[in-house]
Design a protein around this ligand. Structure first.
Ligand code: P6P
Length: 339
């Protein structure tokens, strides 16, 4: 039974004592949680505040920025840059690496973040989230370049997300399992509500943008067709489908009740390498999913083993209940060997 009286900070202090975890990492994780609380506060007034709608600008992804994309990005930068533990930050909303201003001390951590994922859902009041990933640099050069931070996801020391839903939650792993915290508005603190989250190995739900079926590779089409065939098909059981178009919400559901999420490479996104970004979507979610006993793959490779080549690199993402992800990987292997 989870002790819900324990706050996020008490949890972090316990973890630091339990495992001699780095004090600086805990400082950074506190800053991230503070940023998420501030973003939650910005979101909750919705149309009552002048924060909805789009700007004229585009981000590095070529996506029209929502006002809240920029607000959330600024919140992460302001709430974390002064911590004294960061070497740099990498944001989905910034083309260049964010160098820590000279007026602040620097540290050995790099924070990657998508400040507001699923932001196309904001104007229709559907759940969105923030995703973060933390890397510890073995040494800190004077100027951090992309070559410094282009490290595989297996080197992450922590990752997590905030889910701005009916309640605001923060889900975190520092490499010793996955825990969930719910924001208590009465005290302005995240409280420990989910201990040692574990994904069921089997699934009865799949998540995919089915409007792209015409462009899928055969192994993906075979897997989805077999799920849709239900009890009378090769899987011999019914599968339900969910698609929220907010990765944080999909991953949260999968962590709590199992399932599989697929954003595969297809004919339309293959030139870009897929849709979802490696550094601040795929890697942190893969870290969490594996820490909870699931699996995360491109279909052909473990996501955490992908060697990054460019800072805003995109990859195919297939993650969730281990048995399902391994089945999709087998279908890709059979297809590739037969091709
Ligand atoms: P589509 C949101 O833009 C996002 O990056 C993920 O959060 C989400 O899973 C996916 O893209 C939705 O993609 O093609 O359905 O709009």
């Amino acid at each position: 039974m989870t002790d819900t009286s324990m706050t996020y900070m008490q949890f972090l202090l316990n973890e630091r004592r339990r495992s001699e975890s780095d004090r600086d990492l805990m400082t950074l994780l506190h800053g991230v949680a503070t940023a998420c609380k501030a973003i939650s506060n910005s979101l909750k007034n919705g149309a009552l505040a002048d924060v909805l709608g789009s700007l004229e600008s585009e981000n590095v992804q070529g996506e029209t920025q929502k006002k809240l994309d920029v607000i959330a990005n600024d919140i992460f930068l302001r709430r974390c840059e002064f911590s004294g533990v960061l070497a740099a930050m990498v944001s989905e909303e910034l083309e260049e690496i964010y160098q820590i201003p000279e007026r602040f001390p620097k540290g050995q951590y790099v924070l990657f973040f998508d400040p507001l994922d699923g932001s196309s859902n904001i104007d229709i009041n559907v759940s969105v989230g923030s995703i973060f990933s933390i890397l510890r640099l073995p040494e800190v050069p004077d100027v951090i370049t992309y070559e410094t931070v282009l490290r595989p996801g297996v080197e992450q020391v922590a990752a997590g997300y905030a889910l701005y839903g009916p309640s605001t939650m923060l889900v975190l792993s520092i490499g010793r399992g996955v825990d969930g915290f719910t924001l208590d508005g009465n005290i302005g603190e995240f409280r420990h509500t989910h201990s040692s989250i574990s994904i069921p190995p089997e699934a009865a739900e799949f998540s995919i943008n089915a409007s792209r079926a015409q462009w899928w590779e055969p192994p993906v089409k075979r897997y989805i067709d077999d799920c849709v065939a239900g009890e009378n098909g090769p899987r011999g059981k019914y599968f339900n489908m969910r698609w929220i178009a907010s990765m944080v919400a999909e991953v949260h559901r999968i962590l709590l009740r199992g399932g599989i999420f697929l954003y595969p490479i297809d004919e339309r996104n293959s030139d870009a390498g897929g849709k979802l970004r490696l550094f601040y979507e795929a890697n942190p979610m893969a870290f969490l999913i594996e820490q909870a006993g699931g699996a995360a793959s491109t279909g052909r490779e473990r996501i955490l083993d992908v060697q990054p080549l460019t800072p805003h690199q995109r990859v195919p993402v297939i993650l969730g209940s281990r048995d399902e992800v391994e089945l999709v990987e087998r279908l890709h292997k059979e297809y590739d060997e037969a091709s």
